[in-house]
Design a protein around this ligand. Structure first.
Ligand SMILES: CC(=O)N[C@H]1[C@@H](OP(=O)(O)OP(=O)(O)OC[C@H]2O[C@@H](n3ccc(=O)[nH]c3=O)[C@H](O)[C@@H]2O)O[C@H](CO)[C@@H](O)[C@@H]1O
Ligand SMILES: C=C(OP(=O)(O)O)C(=O)O
Length: 427
């Protein structure tokens, strides 16, 4: 198992290119199942979850290819593919559930393993199943698989009004893809508004789908009989950008994040400004960017995770890492997942002062952390421990970084290029 060795105490200076978003690329790879024509994605990040999703599609018989070194990938799903997603491929990645909607819509049947239990909470898929049932699908759970089909005599899903019990990001994505090929109109109430949703909707529209209201909590989809191929550029990863913003705010320095979309990160940027960092968004011929500058100890910030446009749960751990060495005491409230504080015990090993009470963590900033060996427990927890390592005295070893590799595109290379002392130890 690979580890990262970080020697703390270096400021970060220079430029980083932000990759395409993992959480947009994964649903968009699944959306290529909706047509038999070739679909090309640009700016796909190089990370483990993308490789797993590609294996899942390859395993069904989808023809996949990469193009060049700028994240180009193409996909072609012939009518003859096998619409099944086996446990072995689904177990490492919850986003595999995103094949269910497109497979049902295009092939009228699908057999998809239930995603395995995940470190950050129980993460059921009951809303996905309920919504697709409302569109006329018959879905049974048998031997750990969701076995879905259309009733005899039906060839398409039916449009429906779907109001989920809570806002669900991948649920909204599954319904969008299913509804694109359904008969009649689907209305999604309580839809997720995360920027990855409008990005997926724009891709579907480019393939011939009729969608309105994406980016709001009510989305209208008028189903069409078939979709065609097309090309789509994956939106920049707001969580990768946010992770680098927190890293620079913690270490101090001056960094430009190329391609980063400030308009997708208001909640995080507001908190960083309140903490004392200088954040300047801009744009040039190369596209949007964010410049971040910080020096000295910042002020600890309280926040509460909520659905977009609120503070993202996927940034909770990284911002907590910044709070560890800031001045003052802050409360961090996690409202989305019930078990997303596993980084807290590891941070404590570095000398952090944190108390947790249910969904609230109280962080009392300390003036220094001291390097130690810590274990990554999930994707964003790993990133938070890297940030904590960058500001700890001496060496920090972050173990089990396969979690980090799931969701970050060359994180240690990018950090090294702006002055971090960080090495991968192969193991
Ligand atoms: C691949 C991807 O895009 N992952 C993101 C997605 O995950 P994901 O789409 O899995 O998260 P959801 O938005 O669905 O989850 C929100 C809440 O709803 C609950 N729930 C969800 C569906 C369901 O059928 N039943 C149910 O109870 C979940 O357990 C959770 O408590 O959104 C999360 C919330 O922004 C992010 O942390 C993940 O990075
Ligand atoms: C929780 C995350 O991803 P996933 O939903 O793929 O587990 C994440 O990106 O932080």
């Amino acid at each position: 198992m690979d580890k990262l060795q970080i020697t703390g105490g270096h400021t970060l200076n220079g430029e980083v290119v932000i990759s395409g978003a993992k959480n947009a690329a994964l649903p968009e790879m699944c959306a290529t199942l909706l047509t038999d024509e070739p679909v090309r994605l640009l700016n796909v990040p190089r990370l483990q979850d993308v490789a797993t999703m590609r294996r899942l599609l390859d395993n069904m018989g989808v023809k996949t290819e990469t193009h060049g070194d700028r994240g180009g990938m193409s996909f072609q799903a012939a009518d003859s593919i096998n619409p099944e997603a086996p446990y072995e491929l689904v177990k490492t990645m919850r986003a595999s559930v995103l094949v269910l909607g497109p497979l049902l819509a295009r092939f009228g049947r699908a057999k998809v393993s239930l995603p395995g239990g995940c470190a950050i909470g129980s993460r059921p898929v009951d809303q996905h199943i309920k919504g697709l049932q409302a569109m006329g699908a018959e879905i049974d759970v048998e031997h750990g698989y969701m076995v879905a089909r259309l009733p005899a005599g039906r060839t398409r899903l039916q449009g429906a009004r779907i109001a989920t019990d809570m806002v669900t990001v991948t649920g909204t994505e599954n319904f969008l893809m299913a509804a694109a090929l359904a008969e009649g109109e689907t209305v999604l109430e309580n839809a997720a508004q995360e920027p990855e949703i409008p990005d997926l909707a724009e891709m579907l529209i480019a393939m011939g789908a009729k969608i309105e209201g994406h980016g709001t909590s009510r989305i209208h989809i008028q189903g069409v009989e078939r979709l065609h191929g097309g090309t789509h550029q994956v939106v920049a990863d707001r969580i990768e950008a946010g992770t680098f913003l927190c890293a620079v705010a913690a270490t101090g320095g001056d960094v430009i994040l190329r391609h980063a979309r400030a308009d997708h990160m208001d909640a995080v940027i507001d908190k960083l400004r309140d903490a004392g960092a200088t954040i300047e968004p801009g744009s040039n011929a190369d596209g949007p960017f964010i410049r971040v500058r910080a020096s000295g100890r910042l002020k600890a910030q309280s926040f509460r995770t909520t659905e977009y446009p609120g503070f993202p749960t996927d940034m909770q751990a990284q911002f907590m890492a910044l709070n560890l060495i800031s001045e003052g005491t802050a409360t961090v409230t996690e409202t989305i997942f019930e078990n997303r504080f596993m980084h807290v015990d590891e941070m404590t090993r570095l000398g952090a002062h944190i108390q947790t009470e249910g969904k609230v963590a109280i962080v009392e900033g300390v003036s220094k952390l001291s390097g130690a060996t810590v274990m990554a427990t999930d994707l964003r927890a790993s990133a938070s421990l890297v940030i904590a390592g960058l500001v700890s005295e001496g060496d920090t070893i972050v173990d089990r970084i396969y979690h980090l590799d799931r969701g970050y595109d060359q994180m240690e290379e990018k950090l090294r290029a702006i002055g971090a002392q960080i090495e991968r130890i192969k193991g």
